[in-house]
Design a binder for this molecule. Structure first.
Ligand code: SAM
Length: 221
């Protein structure tokens, strides 16, 4: 991704070095202790919601797809603007022989689908705000999900939500550094952008995160 792109900072930090410690630090400490994300439940949720043709947007290290009890025949596509993420995740999930797509979810997508499930876990807080601007990602994904498919994931809420002290610190530092852009993100704002592109939307606040599931896409093409 070009350095001048407003979305550059949200993906640039996922270097090989950071991805090397991501599971230990982010999934082992930050998510469960600071953000109060229930890791086991999130793994189980992936097991329940991932369908036969799955697109994972911003897959990071692929931790949740690796740990979830998925059908070995699941066809997985990984989409991320960062080639280091795609290499790391595709290597870890090599048993699924995943397809990789180097792309920005905010731009028209170079894939057609349809996908039975799309994972968008912990990505929206990394892309440029305000929340309404993140709606471009949701409408792009609504165009490639199957009519009976599901878009699911979670995103870290902004400062109006309840957070632990370390989470609040992390949000401030992340926004200052540029890796996050979520200071004003709310569960209501998330529901609104999801409802613009899907008929059936569920949003639930869990710790610092809003978890969501969206079904019955409204096409924007
Ligand atoms: C916090 S990690 C989440 C990793 C994984 N989904 C998880 O839940 O552990 C954020 C991911 O979003 C990706 N990302 C950031 N900006 C993006 C964009 N504009 N389009 C697609 N992916 C993006 C990053 O490269 C990274 O893989």
């Amino acid at each position: 991704m070009d350095k001048s792109d407003p979305a550059y900072a949200g993906q640039a930090g996922y270097t090989r070095a950071f991805l090397g410690i991501y599971d230990l630090w982010v999934i082992g400490v930050v998510a469960p202790r600071f953000l109060k994300t229930p890791i086991k439940e999130t793994v189980a949720r992936h097991g329940e919601l991932v369908g036969a043709r799955h697109l994972d947007v911003g897959p990071g290290t692929g931790y949740f797809l690796d740990k979830a009890p998925l059908d070995p025949a699941t066809a997985i596509t990984l989409l991320d603007p960062n080639p280091a993420v795609l290499a790391k995740c595709a290597g870890r999930l090599a048993r699924f022989n995943p397809e990789t797509v180097e792309a920005d979810v905010l731009k028209p997508l170079p894939i057609k689908g349809p996908f039975d499930s799309i994972g968008l876990s912990h990505v929206l807080h990394c892309i440029p705000g305000p929340m309404e601007a993140k709606g471009a990602a949701i409408s792009n994904l609504a165009n490639v999900v199957a009519p009976d498919g599901v878009l699911f994931g979670a995103t870290m809420l902004g400062l109006d939500a309840e957070h632990t002290k370390p989470a609040r610190f992390l949000i401030r530092v992340g926004n200052k550094q540029g890796g996050f852009d979520n200071l004003t993100d709310t569960a209501e704002g998330l529901r609104s952008i999801l409802e613009t592109s899907f008929e059936d939307v569920q949003v639930r606040v869990v710790g610092s995160m809003a978890e969501f599931e969206a079904r019955q896409p409204r096409r924007h093409e």
